[in-house]
Design a protein around this ligand. Sequence first.
Ligand SMILES: [Zn+2]
Ligand SMILES: [Zn+2]
Length: 483
Amino acid sequence: MKNRKIIQAGFIACAIAMVSFSASAQWASPPVQKPSDPAAIQKALSGGVPAGRWKEGLMFEGIEPMPWLKSAANWFPNTEEVQPNEMRIHFMGTAPMIRPGQMNTSIWVMLGNGDNFAFDLGEGSVSNYVASGIALNEIKKVFITHLHVDHYGALPYVWMFGTWAGGWHERLRVWGPSGATEEYGLNTMIKGMKMMTGWHRDAFSVFPVGKGWDIESNQFDFKDNGGVIYNENGVKITHWERSHAKDGASAYRLDWNDLCFVWTGDGRPSELDEKYAKGCDVYVTELQQEVVEINSGIQGVPPFLARYTIDTHHTPAYASGYLANKVQPRLFMTTHMSYDPYVAEETVAEVREFWKGPYHFGAPDGIVVNVTKDKIWVREGVLPDFPNSKAPQQDFGNGQMIIPMPPTSREKIQNQEIRDQQLDPDLYYPKGYKPELLEDWPAGGDLVVPVEMLPESLMKSMGERWRLKVKNNKILDEQAKKK
Ligand SMILES: [Zn+2]
Ligand SMILES: [Zn+2]
């Protein structure tokens, strides 16, 4: 017992000595010595690595991280600005069957000029937008490939809550194909969504709305292959039809600043894909592996169901690689696929049958792709389970924050009797505490706040994307002048 105490005391003394030593030596440089022989230095620093002397592994030309990435392995939300000449692609939903790591399909494309586009907006994908630090009121341009619910299920939510969360000054714009008849086109779906959300919109009209409930349905003729459906601000989007068991499925191609992105949506492989995606920088299609019987054992469904679904609706992995070889993109990606260890190598092997170039999975959720003219890099996004929502983004170009007056009030949409039944707040607030209740819209009309009156934190958080847009466009303008 006594011995142990002595040992303990010795330990403590030793620990104290170490602490004081490390505290004094923490920032001291080691003493200067004679430099080593240059040949030895060279050997130590580049021995065993190519350093430009030979090609290493199977990595491809131009597949490398950019210098501005905070981490080359992971993308962390709210840590990196989109660069003026960059395209950044986020896989926000990656599967037809929802599960925690894979929501329904959605791909978010951010451009250096400040433009953003959602390609498909499948159920559950909103959770990944929020986790990625995207404000709901930034999702204003949505391109739907076809009207299977796994490609647009989150649209009503984004419309309703995106309006509530600051989406007051821009209408929601949606693009999508016509169908064989009027009943099956985008316009009819939007009309139906308006009906479905009638109660919600009137209820949320006690909040600021502005242009929030305006919805622009841009239905295009699904047969007009190669047609340009969007041409603004240097961004061009074209479409072509896909074979997906029913008329009215489309693929999209976005071109901007000499960079190109294709999302084919669902469908059987076709010559049109080759024709319209040809030479695109990032070519993304869907894929189904040839493991129908194994999958059937795992999922517990008859194998013919998978076989039949693939052969009538989808792109076999072999075909995806075959097409990639025709398209010759700088990076080939597949999404809308199961992401499971048992099938990962199989997927690569099937794709590799024809495609020998750069290939990555556009799955699971959170995959981020940085694209510039000379480099492309793919990372896993680290998305928190409990992030704060991004502040509603506002354009402060006019020096004001304008919050539109709500179109309605409780008095108009709720029976007075119901409010009379509410408990008197004095019953539940403790003695000495009672907040100033805000039961009516505080201004006589729109609330207009000069930007200089905003608390600095609000100015910073709500104006973040606007400031970046101004900054990047100045650089892009100067670049254009030099050309
Ligand atoms: Zn689908
Ligand atoms: Zn589909």
